[in-house]
Design a protein around this ligand. Sequence first.
Ligand code: HEM
Length: 411
Amino acid sequence: MTITEPLGFNPFDAGFRVDPYPVYRRLLAEDPVHKTPFGMVVLSRYGDCAAILRDPRSSSDASNSNMYKAFMAGRDPEEVFGALAGMRPFLFMDPPDHTRLRGLVQKAFTPKTVENLRSRIVELVDELMAPALERGSMEVIEDLAYPLPVRVITEMLGVPIEDHDTFKGWSRELAGALDPDFATPEAVAERRENAASAFVEYFQALIAERRKDPRDDLLSALITAEDEGHKLSEKELLSTLILLLVAGHETTVNLIANGVLAFVRHPDQLARLRSDPGLARTAVEEVLRFDPPVQFTARVALEDIDIGDAVLGRGDQAIVLVAAANRDPNQFERPDEFDVGRQENRHLAFGLGAHFCLGAPLARVEGQVALQAVAARLDDLSLAVEQPEYKENIVLRGLASLPVTFRPSGA
Ligand code: HEM
């Protein structure tokens, strides 16, 4: 038995990364509540995934798990996790801390606030696509899918885009930190710790600057919240800034790239969106269902929780395969079909419940503007390689590059 088999599948298999959906189909059909030998349960059914995400007895804090407690027995977290210790963002917290910290940034991400950014997003998409349109070829990740969300989140936060070369590598390292710990060789863990320390130093300097000279940005607003009435500590401020910057770098890129890939493979659906731009909203939801940027998340049971015929014991961890739930035939008609006009589409790509993705309204607008522009401006869209490659990340599964050729519309 290899160390990866207990999950019921091998997340490191190169074939799995390219197409995990046959594995999810098998789990759904044959083993929907898969028990591992070490007190972990892998869930794939929509109903089970949705129930555990909504359940107040499930915790997002992995330190509540029996496995973590056994691993940490008598050890000092600072020694084990270095700069990452004590820097857990609110994504991994439970109420009341989670509620307090999420509340502080929520206002910046409401659908109404984000809708005001739409015209800026249109402007950025125009600017980013112009050189590729002139060339007649595009590397979708480098030219559009990555720089768009990066420009938007740095502008929102007030982080200078000129510093991007400094922090883009740290962001990539921390995105990998979402993958299960048993998947992490020591050298990688060390790189992540260094990335976390470097981010902390970077933000400390920027915070000092903004404190002297506040601006109309999210960074200044959060500093004011820290200064007034101790609504958040310095560590909380830092972990929140890092969470938002990393989320802005590593998720929406996959929505846009997965969308373009789905369209290349389903030209009839691309033609539908081209002839009816009003489909952009449902098209983005369908990309999120069909090939979600976040493949799974995890929860720990704070009490025994019944799941179908099984019980998730107190302290046991559930792997919640949202990407499998999004293809559950009991929830979605024709689950393996990519249909940009799909109406009934309550996918779990953004999670559910208290931790439902804070950035969802922003990611949706970015996805809609980018995919609509691709449909409108690129004719005869095709892949420039046979099979594009995927990055090694497991939770944030995404393409490493996506070269395409096309003819500019009207040319
Ligand atoms: C298509 C793009 C995105 C996808 C698929 C996505 C997916 C998710 C998912 C599944 C969760 C819930 C995780 C869980 O419950 O364990 C989540 C949480 C979160 N996301 Fe996103 N996300 C995206 C974009 C963004 C963006 C652009 C931002 C902000 C810049 C963002 C910020 C957050 C934050 C702060 C949380 C934590 C919410 C909480 O714990 O209350 N996300 N995201």
